[in-house]
Design a protein around this ligand. Structure first.
Ligand SMILES: *Cc1c(COP(=O)(O)O)cnc(C)c1O
Length: 231
């Protein structure tokens, strides 16, 4: 996929992030941009890295590993990778210790596997818990079950829960996604008294990231607005 104007698209997204952050009383640096690179060729990723994008998100463990190797050789190791796809227990071993953050923890069995692999490597693995705020997506913990889930995961020494992630249903008008983002923030605000590590809110994609930032997103996951539409 040839990407024209990659650098100017990145400039534009950064400017829009900064404006949305200002509307929520924050600074651009308070919102982390994760560039979603599924189906994006390594040379394009390297170009984005050369333009200062240092966090990339992938949905498939194999694609992630391949790109990590290629980009690592091309631009060095100061790039971080985020796993944002459906988490399968048998793929956990490829992710622990190689990605900066897993955004999509939503089963106790995957948490136990992350714990096992992390302790074997002598690390604590940072994760976000995916919450099904819309009631429609296939993944994610139901809001009502989140407290119990966090309770079970919080006893695992190899797992460090840093926050929550959600993917609202798709809307033509991004303002319609606002209640889902507000719901995730409400869960974080309510549960962070009990689980103080709960800080990050990974929410907002190409179509709705400004609304998500207005509602408190600390991490946005943006693909097509930077790299163009996927096949
Ligand atoms: C693909 C994907 C994104 C990015 O979507 P865009 O609309 O291309 O910005 C963000 N989050 C997740 C979980 C994804 O799978």
């Amino acid at each position: 996929m040839a990407v024209m104007n990659l650098e100017s698209r990145i400039d534009e997204i950064r400017a829009r992030i900064g404006k949305a952050a200002a509307r929520s009383g924050r600074r651009a640096e308070d919102v982390k941009l994760v560039a979603v690179t599924k189906q994006v060729e390594p040379d394009v990723i390297a170009r984005a890295a050369g333009y200062g994008i240092l966090a990339f998100g992938e949905s498939y463990a194999q694609e992630l590993r391949l790109k990590q190797e290629i980009i690592g050789r091309a631009v060095g190791e100061n790039v971080e990778w985020h796993f944002i796809g459906r988490l399968q227990r048998n793929k956990v071993k490829y992710l622990v210790g190689t990605v900066a953050l897993i955004h999509s923890l939503d089963t106790v069995s995957s948490a136990a596997e992350i714990d096992r692999k992390a302790r074997a490597s002598g690390i604590r693995m940072p994760v976000l818990v995916e919450v099904n705020t819309g009631g429609e997506s296939k993944g994610g913990i139901e809001p009502d079950a989140l407290d119990d889930f966090l309770h079970e995961v919080s006893v695992l020494p190899g797992v460090e829960v840093r926050g929550l992630m959600t993917m609202p249903p798709y809307f033509d008008d991004p303002r319609d996604a606002r209640p889902y983002f507000a719901a995730l923030r409400g869960l974080r605000d309510r549960l962070s008294a009990k689980y103080p590590g709960l800080k990050q809110l990974s929410m907002g994609m190409s179509g709705d990231f400004e609304v998500a930032i207005e509602e408190g997103a600390t991490i946005v996951r943006i693909g097509s607005a930077i790299f163009g539409n996927r096949a």
